[in-house]
Write a protein that binds this ligand. Structure first.
Ligand code: SAM
Length: 124
């Protein structure tokens, strides 16, 4: 199967100039751990997670906006990538979600470790 079959297409995302508090609110509201950060063209420029927000709280730095705390080297997948390749990316990088991007680098979905469970659920 390919990523397209199990990815989420309704993805909560955020812009890099938004406040960290806004990111925290979105994570809570939508019960998610990962927010892809997009620019005005819809291209993925980063990712911010509950982990990054916790780290910012502990550090008590003057970090106010998403750009200050997001990870910039985003590991992504594409709708046509095989799920086992995507699973390998998660495992090798010790992460639990990959933004799904189209050929132009625009956000098309999110694949999380939880979605991989759907593959097993199907069989029984
Ligand atoms: N295992 C946990 C997890 O999955 O989030 C914590 C460890 S992981 C190294 C946490 C860091 O990975 C965070 O700083 C987060 O921004 C980053 N991260 C999460 N998903 C990412 C992705 N697809 N590409 C790049 N960095 C990512």
């Amino acid at each position: 199967p390919s990523v397209r079959e199990i990815m989420n297409t309704k993805v909560t995302c955020i812009k890099e100039e938004e406040e960290i508090k806004t990111a925290a609110k979105k994570l809570l509201r939508d019960e998610t751990n990962h927010l892809p950060v997009i620019n005005n063209e819809g291209k993925v420029v980063g990712i911010v997670t509950t982990y990054d927000i916790s780290k910012a709280v502990v550090r008590e730095n003057k970090q106010n906006i998403v750009a200050d705390i997001m990870s910039k080297n985003v590991i992504t997948t594409s709708p046509d990538e095989a799920v086992d390749i995507a699973a390998m990316k998660l495992e090798r990088n010790n992460i639990s979600a990959l933004p799904v991007v189209d050929k132009e680098g625009k956000l098309a979905g999110l694949l999380s470790a939880i979605d991989l469970g759907k593959l097993f659920g199907r069989r029984w």
